[in-house]
Design a protein around this ligand. Structure first.
Ligand SMILES: *Cc1c(COP(=O)(O)O)cnc(C)c1O
Length: 435
């Protein structure tokens, strides 16, 4: 399998090159040259296949021969070693719970897969000095998943920049309590400052001569592609195979939903997709008007979706060969306000006893609105994070204190390590050269 840059189809890479550099040299996103059709037998027998087998069959054509088959099987087995249950909330609405991974967010799947692929490529000798530095800026969720995914992975160090005092306590511990090869820098500034400094580092040629720097955001094919797995697991657990479900996906950078649409393009029989957005509605507007007008992100309760210019949207356009009418048959988008988000968290807790996080709440309500207009339909929303990661909003809406799951209870007892730096690039550069 080869990948081409969406800016220039003559820039070609294999999976290994694409995963190591993240973005093409012309800053384009990599896209597979052809979308492999999933074996019909996988679809027919899906209920008898294990999570590992499904994941392996789905990802193998995308990885090609860059990783040996038995090693790839081990990588996917480690990636999906936690449950992803489909839970019924009402007769017509189901929750695909993606928050049972180590950092309680769906990003665990992509981060774990990517980290192990990079480690494999370092081991194969793909990087001159035998060591990769992954540099990320985070407003909360991404950093935790990346830190956990890369913990103790050989040949890789991770440096995470986060805005000091601006991530939730659980999120901060997920960044700072791991130690080993995970280095957290608390920046005296905003998330935008962190991101600007990461960008500066990637443009700093003299730094890049000394370090093999790469990023770990959803632009990277090794993070984006394994997200197809969830949609296969949803289908596996869906009882009524004659009537496929509609999928409602809480969307920010549109990596997750794009992976779902790719799975469908490869032959997974699911119904229409709903991009569930908060008030950052660039794609909602685009589907209505046909005009793509990015804007600055507005802060909301579902802050992992505060994106005004979703980077993966160009990949969705490519799946549909830029045909807007075809895209509209497969993809809808609905925007939900913060007030609606709080209301739906309160109502679903009161009526169903189910605690939504703000992102899942946006997904639930978008699906409910869709089903009002489609009385025969049934659907699944993706619950992308555990409510404990967003305690203020959820506790205010439900009046309940959230129990802390065992998987992060232990973090509370760890020593946390982090260095505080001013929001000036020299300090980050200095740190990178000397840690
Ligand atoms: C990252 C994230 C999203 C958005 O996913 P995209 O792939 O960026 O669209 C939704 N919910 C949560 C909890 C997230 O962390």
């Amino acid at each position: 399998m080869k990948y081409y840059s969406l800016n220039n189809p003559s820039l070609i890479a294999d999976f290994r090159q694409a995963a190591l550099v993240g973005q093409a040299p012309d800053k384009g996103l990599y896209f597979p040259e052809s979308i492999p059709a999933i074996d019909k037998e996988v679809i027919r027998n899906i209920e008898s296949l294990s999570s590992e087998e499904i994941a392996f069959r789905v990802i193998k054509p995308y990885v090609g021969d860059t990783i040996e088959a038995s090693r790839l099987f081990d990588i996917v087995s480690e990636t999906v070693d936690f449950p992803i249950p489909l839970v019924s909330i009402t007769e017509r609405i189901f929750s695909l719970e993606l928050f049972h991974g180590p950092t309680l967010a769906f990003k665990d799947v992509g981060a774990r897969f990517m980290s192990r692929c990079l480690a494999e490529f370092v081991k194969q000798g793909a990087v001159d000095n035998g060591r990769v530095v992954v540099l990320v800026a985070t407003s909360g969720d991404t950093g935790g998943a990346v830190a956990n995914g890369f913990l103790d992975v050989e040949g890789i160090d991770v440096v995470i920049l986060f805005p000091k005092g601006k991530v939730s306590p659980v999120q901060e511990l997920q960044l700072t309590a791991l130690g080993h090869n995970i280095h957290a820098l608390a920046v005296e500034g905003t998330f935008d400052d962190c991101q600007a400094m990461v960008k500066e580092a990637f443009m700093d040629l003299s730094l890049k001569q000394k370090l093999y720097l790469t990023s770990a955001n959803s632009i990277n094919v090794a993070r984006w592609l394994p997200q197809q797995f969830y949609y296969f697991y949803a289908y596996k657990q869906w009882k009524d195979k004659e009537q496929p479900p509609v999928l409602s996906v809480p969307s920010g950078n549109f990596g997750n939903i794009c992976a779902g649409l790719l799975a469908v393009a490869g032959g997974l029989p699911l119904g229409a997709f709903i991009a569930a957005c908060n008030v950052n509605d660039t794609v909602v507007q685009f589907l209505q008007s046909g005009k793509y007008e990015p804007k600055p992100a507005l802060p909301t309760y579902s802050n992992a979706m505060d994106v005004g210019n979703p980077s993966n949207f160009v990949r969705i356009l490519e799946i549909f060969r830029n045909k807007l009418d075809v895209l509209r048959q497969h993809l809808m988008a609905i925007s939900i306000s913060d007030a609606e988000t709080c209301d739906v968290i309160a109502r679903v807790y009161r009526e169903q006893g189910y605690m939504l996080d703000p992102h899942g709440a946006v997904g639930f309500l978008a699906l409910e609105k869709y089903l009002l207009a489609h009385p025969q339909g049934k659907g699944i929303f993706l619950e992308t994070a555990h409510p404990v990661k967003f305690p203020e909003v959820v506790e205010a809406a439900t009046g309940r204190v959230i129990d802390i799951p065992d998987s992060i209870g232990y973090l509370m007892k760890q020593q946390s390590y982090c260095r505080t730096v001013p929001a000036q690039y020299e300090y980050v550069r200095e740190y990178l050269l000397n840690f």
